[in-house]
Design a protein around this ligand. Sequence first.
Ligand code: ADP
Ligand code: MG
Length: 283
Amino acid sequence: MARTRLRLKAPRPFPLPVGRDRVPPMLEVRELRKEFQPLSGQPVVALGSVSFRVESGQFVSIVGPSGCGKSTLLQCIAGLSRPSAGRVLLHGREVTGPPEGLILLFQEYNKSLMAWRSVLRNVRFGLENRSGMSRPEMDAEARRYIELVGLKGFEAHYPWELSGGMQQRVAIARALVRRPEVMLMDEPFGSLDALTRIELEDALLRLWESLRATILFVTHDIEEAVYLSDRVYVLSCRPALVIEEIEVKLERPRHQLTTREDPRFIQARRHIFELISKEMAKA
Ligand code: ADP
Ligand code: MG
């Protein structure tokens, strides 16, 4: 795997040298492989050998062609699917089932909201069955997150009374109210129109900055990956491998116009586009 700063530096070998950091990274994926055995036909190797790390407080994106194994990767990291080989480590501890402190936000957010619950009760659900909080405390916390995602005033609405972008905000609030150490997001803005998407990208960045969260964000949208991230891992076609790690040194806060016009942004976008185009040509 190669590693690139925006001024494209020499590739760095992977795995990272042992002992570089004394403290284990927040999240580490080591040589993860996933093979599916369909009921009939040949096995499908979704993940070849995927390795990368996410440091605490970072915004990291995974970008790769459709069908390359991105969702499979997130499911393995979230402990929802067992890898065929390799390991996922959260704070140095192996993930063997859904871990505390890690939340996966699914692509089809509208299906994950409960239609029979109001916005307040959907967000509160994130806190229910957790020890030590009374109903009023849970409600107060849920209201705080509803406000943080920009939905103050919609607490009593039901999901079906909201636009797609608003529903996605509810799903984000419900995930974040649990204060996860890491939030995994699987193409969360994929089905939104361009303007709503822009709005939500900025809302997510503001939340990430104010909550000091760690986010691993999966997308097939190269521009979105560069705009949001501190670091982008580019995946090959299936079976997925990390083919390059790109550090995005663009200043924050980012701006939809000026950041996207920055020559470093344009260079990173072009570089990733070329990488993925080459990959797709091979397939
Ligand atoms: P992406 O999210 O990058 O579009 P996926 O992770 O959804 O890709 O899928 C990667 C590959 O694994 C695809 O070829 C898909 O058909 C296959 N796959 C995913 N889930 C299963 C499954 N449960 N059984 C068999 N094959 C699967
Ligand atoms: Mg997917």
